[in-house]
Design a protein around this ligand. Structure first.
Ligand code: K1U
Ligand code: ZN
Length: 170
């Protein structure tokens, strides 16, 4: 396993639409997901999309376990949202590709998702709470969308300027 570099805005790769994984879940794909998980834990974060380490494939990892709980890694290959609730909730979001920026985003409160897990099995389930927020945030990454794209132009520009300054100072 390896910790990979996480791309930050305004890297143009983060705007790329990721391609579906062809050929199912192979050992090579599992190795990529293991690298993603290690990278996410090291950051630390609760989710990561493959494009955030420069790989434009529809792959996400996530772990919503709280501090002190057993790790509970989740793997999503070719995830799809098959249903969204009509009610929306606002939740504060952060992003490893936009360090030190947090803001509220409104999203459907619940979604139904369909995906392949690490063993290549098809899973269909309903997500709510933080799971719903996080899977929608990560699936946005697969479409080249970051959470600040849901904010005003002013807030978005300020966020990018802040990250550029952070990178320059590092
Ligand atoms: O996509 C990403 O960059 C990961 C992002 C996921 C996310 C967080 C909050 C709402 C929606 C999606 C993060 O993990 S940001 C870091 C974070 O939330 C966190 C870091 C340490 C401990 C707990 C949470
Ligand atoms: Zn993100």
């Amino acid at each position: 396993m390896a910790i990979r570099e996480i791309l930050v805005v305004p890297n143009p790769l983060l705007k790329q639409v990721s391609a579906p994984v062809e050929g199912g879940v192979t050992d090579e794909l599992r190795a990529l997901m293991d690298d993603m998980l290690e990278t996410m834990y090291a950051a630390p974060g609760i989710g990561l999309a493959a494009i955030q380490i420069g790989v434009p494939q529809r792959v996400i990892v996530m772990d919503l376990a709280r501090e002190g709980e057993e790790p509970a890694p989740r793997f999503f290959v070719n995830p799809e949202i098959t249903w969204s609730s009509e009610d929306y909730v606002a939740c504060e979001e952060g992003c490893l590709s936009i360090p030190d920026v947090y803001d509220e985003v409104e999203r459907p409160a619940r979604v139904k998702i369909k995906y392949l897990n690490r063993d290549g099995e098809t899973i269909e389930e309903e997500a709510d709470g933080l799971y719903s927020v996080c899977i929608q945030h990560e699936m946005d990454h697969l479409e080249g969308i970051v959470f600040i794209d849901h904010l005003s132009r002013l807030k978005r520009d300020r966020a990018v300027t802040k990250v550029k300054k952070l990178v320059r100072a590092a």
